[in-house]
Design a protein around this ligand. Structure first.
Ligand code: B12
Ligand code: SF4
Length: 593
């Protein structure tokens, strides 16, 4: 059985990182005996033509997609398109959005056959043998599907008790080099479950109120595996990492005992950290912690059932400072009963902490208490357009504040930020002497925006394809080529591939044909090909010449992209990952047979 799993696109603002849920789902299908391919549209462009090419190449029996609320519309569109292209495909969706909006999803999207509700692994294991036998589906808990025009839900499945019995997430199916180029940390979770009742959070409903912890040894095995792919930063994404101190300490101890040196960050609640905890975390490589504080108004914290105090927040930040860990805080705008006064209190509190902080607007996701019991709160939900549920705009109002008032409050904060950035940008552009840290902040941001464009618009695939003669004919043009070189190419030197597919390293299979058999790598030619690619990317994106050349040069040097020659054409392609496609003995992007 062949299973394609789609990772639908989401924006740069939400930190596109290797998709954890997708890799858990892929691992569950692999454990059930399926051959699995992840079709990743987070770090490559989605087009219907490309999807069709992927389906032609892989010939899946099943196509599934995950989604959160904000990218549900896009995910559903992709699944519907796949069903239209291949009506025999069994299509399914899972994830936190559809788990709480099953009936509406199935009613609106006839191209989706089946939903997997809540945790997926056990359901997948039971369902796989019955793929073509819908008669057996009613006996499998955790499914929703249509039958005779009605939506049938098979019943709630209990939470998986032994998380250590699950296979590790199948990151080997990802094109890791793309994520490495982008540079966000790789998320892991060390347990599932949360006993707190925050009314705006859906996570607790997804994973249950009893925390199920993973074995520290297994967690560190996973960290080692991630490092084995060449990633160099980890994010511990579960809120409750610090809640059981003995176990969190055991994870840190295991990292230290194995001699692993990797920087990592963590999410935490302010009431779960203490000095001893933070000290061992720091020693084990943790350099920053993000706290969700949500509001600076004590009555509001009570109303949203956050179960923290402002004193705890101050203390947590102080301890981080003292132990050398960078603290970040996140606050919310548009909580029930929000007024301009509560927002001002939040702002004053946030500023008093003296750390980097940010705001998210309340997005009342399906499955949250605040949405399900909306009549109990001073709150009105203004839209069910899920694409607006990105927490970056106001989509609710209270009796005291309109959505515009909330946006205006945020705008003041954002304007201060923009002002700060504008100043840094100006200094950067004018090449003024600025502190190294500020320089790298601006440079890092530009580099990340450029890299995300290169990935999400498939620029390497569409621009990195040249007739070999055109590269050869440009003697003397090195990486520092002049700005007009792209125009000097013959007209057929810009063909790209209309469907945007990756000719060299497509999906999970890696091909790397030598272009200079027996003769080793022609370094000069490679340098010219690299310069050509950079010039074209610069021309399409309008990005700074130096930045593009540095980015492309880095990608090539680190083995994220390689060149290959077929039938007189040279093509650049994204490699798969270091384990399977990186030759440390010859880090010159091209392996010679
Ligand atoms: C880790 C995490 C992150 C990490 C990594 C996310 C990632 N995609 O890898 C980071 C920090 C990057 C992140 C970012 C964001 N997150 Co987040 N995140 C979490 C967290 C804490 C754990 C998620 C997780 O990985 N769980 C482990 C895996 C195994 O679970 P899972 O992804 O749910 O997948 C299981 C099932 O859902 C199901 N399943 C999922 N997909 C599919 C597909 C198929 C075909 C099948 C059969 C089954 C299936 O099976 C999986 C295995 O059991 C949850 C809270 C929680 N406790 O669930 C929030 C949560 C998922 N995040 C949330 C949100 C909103 C975001 C952001 C939009 C940030 C924001 N603006 O608020 C971004 C969007 C990123 C994205 N598109 O995924 C919300 C989603 C709510 C919603 N309905 O939209 C949650 C529920 C928290 C909350 N606020 O309530 N997040
Ligand atoms: S916000 Fe964090 S602490 Fe609150 S319910 Fe969600 S996961 Fe638990």
């Amino acid at each position: 059985m062949r299973v394609a799993i789609v990772a639908p696109p989401y924006p740069l603002e939400e930190a596109p990182a290797p998709p954890l849920g997708v890799c858990y789902v892929a691992a569950a299908f692999e454990a059930a005996g399926a051959r699995v391919k992840i079709i990743d549209y987070i770090v490559s462009r989605y087009t219907p033509e490309k999807l069709e090419a992927e389906l032609d190449a892989f010939q899946p029996d099943v196509l599934g997609s995950t989604s959160v609320t904000l990218n549900f519309p896009q995910a559903a569109t992709i699944v519907q398109k796949a069903k239209q292209l291949r009506p025999s495909l069994v299509t399914l969706m899972g994830g936190p959005h559809v788990s709480f909006d099953a009936a509406r999803t199935l009613a609106r999207y006839p191209g989706i056959d089946l939903l997997v509700l809540g945790e997926g692994e056990e359901t997948i294991r039971e369902w796989v043998p019955h793929l073509h036998d819908p008669g057996a589906w009613p006996g499998i808990l955790g499914l929703a599907y249509r039958q005779d025009g009605r939506v049938v839900t098979t019943g709630t499945r209990g939470f998986i008790q032994d998380l250590d019995s699950l296979p590790l997430p199948s990151r080997h199916l990802l094109e890791c080099s793309r994520y490495q180029a982008l540079g966000f940390p790789v998320s892991i979770i060390t347990g599932r479950g949360c006993p707190y009742p925050c009314i705006f959070c859906q996570g607790r409903r997804m994973v249950g109120s009893r925390v199920r912890y993973r074995d520290p040894k297994r967690i560190v095995d996973e960290i080692e595996e991630i490092l084995g792919y060449g990633f160099d930063r980890i994010n511990v994404a579960d809120d409750l990492f610090c809640s059981r101190k003995d176990r969190a300490r055991a994870v840190c101890r295991e990292i230290l005992d194995r001699g692993i040196r990797v920087p990592w960050s963590a999410f935490a609640r302010v009431n779960t950290v203490d000095r001893e905890m933070l000290e061992i975390m720091r020693e084990a490589g943790c350099d920053s912690v993000s706290f969700g504080i949500e509001s600076g108004n004590p009555a509001m914290l009570e109303r949203i059932r956050k179960r923290i105090t402002l004193d705890q927040a101050r203390q947590a930040v102080k301890l981080c400072r003292e132990t050398g860990i960078l603290a970040h805080a996140s606050f919310m705008v548009g909580l029930p009963g929000e007024t301009m006064e509560t927002l001002r209190e939040t702002e004053a509190f946030a500023q008093s902490l003296g750390i980097i902080y940010g705001y998210h607007f309340l997005a009342p996701f399906p499955g949250t208490t605040v949405r399900e019991k909306i009549h109990e709160y001073d709150l009105e939900i203004l839209t069910d357009d899920w694409s607006r549920y990105d927490a970056n705009r106001a989509i609710v109002r209270t009796s005291a504040l309109s959505a515009e008032d909330m946006e205006a409050f945020y705008e003041e904060y954002d304007q201060r930020n923009r002002h700060y950035w504008a100043k840094l940008e100006k200094q950067y552009r004018e090449e003024a002497v600025i502190p190294e840290e500020d320089f790298f902040r601006v440079y890092g941001r530009h580099r990340m925006e450029l890299t995300f464009r290169i990935l999400s618009e498939d620029l390497v695939e569409t621009l990195g394809d040249f007739p070999l003669d055109a590269v050869r004919g440009r003697q003397g043009v090195g990486p520092a080529a002049g700005p007009d070189t792209a125009q000097r190419l013959p007209p057929d030197a810009h063909p790209g591939r209309a469907d945007g597919t990756n000719p060299g390293g497509g999906g999970n299979e890696v091909r790397s044909e030598p272009w200079n058999p027996g003769g080793g790598v022609d370094e000069a030619l490679l340098a010219r090909a690299e310069a050509l690619l950079a010039e074209r990317i610069r021309d399409v994106t309008g990005a700074e010449d130096k930045l593009v050349r540095q980015a492309v040069g880095d990608f090539a040097r680190k083995g994220f992209i390689k060149a290959t020659e077929t039938n007189g054409r040279l093509r650049w392609y994204w490699t798969h990952n270091r384990r399977r496609d990186f030759d440390p003995a010859s880090p010159t992007r091209l392996r010679v047979a």
